[in-house]
Ligand binder design. Structure first.
Ligand code: AMP
Length: 129
């Protein structure tokens, strides 16, 4: 069965899209650690990041770097943290998280955004790509 992220990539489930290329797709995390929290997902559906073939891994990291640099310009933060967890969704994704403190990196403190706020954040990030 297709993963929830494959359904997002295929447009069957809505997302606040940030960027897309031939191999990867980026969109806002719906339950963000901080405003601007973004997921970068390879279109190829693989569960664990270390199981990606080397070419797909490098392409994902290059894509994530580009999206992360746009987040850093768009969202006031000390830096953008990058982590790969995957305990909830078994389809590789890189979390890009604007960090003010370690609290933003723990996945315990969440921020609520309205649909309008998600849209505004997505536009802000996209304007720096
Ligand atoms: P993990 O698999 O533990 O790395 O976490 C999966 C992440 O995907 C969580 O941060 C969720 O908030 C996020 N997530 C799950 N479903 C959606 C969705 N439909 N749209 C955006 N983000 C999602």
């Amino acid at each position: 069965m297709a993963s929830i992220f494959t359904k997002i990539i295929n447009g069957e489930i809505p997302s606040y899209k940030i960027a897309e290329d031939d191999d990867n797709y980026a969109f806002l995390d719906i339950n963000p650690n901080a405003k601007g929290h973004t997921l970068c997902v390879p279109k190829k559906e693989v569960d664990k990041v270390l199981d990606l073939d080397e070419e797909s891994y490098v392409k994902l990291m290059t894509f994530s770097r580009k999206v992360g640099q746009a987040i850093e310009k768009a969202i006031p933060c000390k830096r953008v943290g990058m982590s790969v967890i995957g305990l909830e969704v078994p389809h590789v994704h890189v979390h890009l998280i604007p960090l003010q403190s370690m609290a933003n990196a723990t996945f315990q403190n969440k921020e609520s955004l309205t649909a309008e706020e998600f849209e505004a954040v997505a536009e802000q990030i996209k304007s720096h790509l």
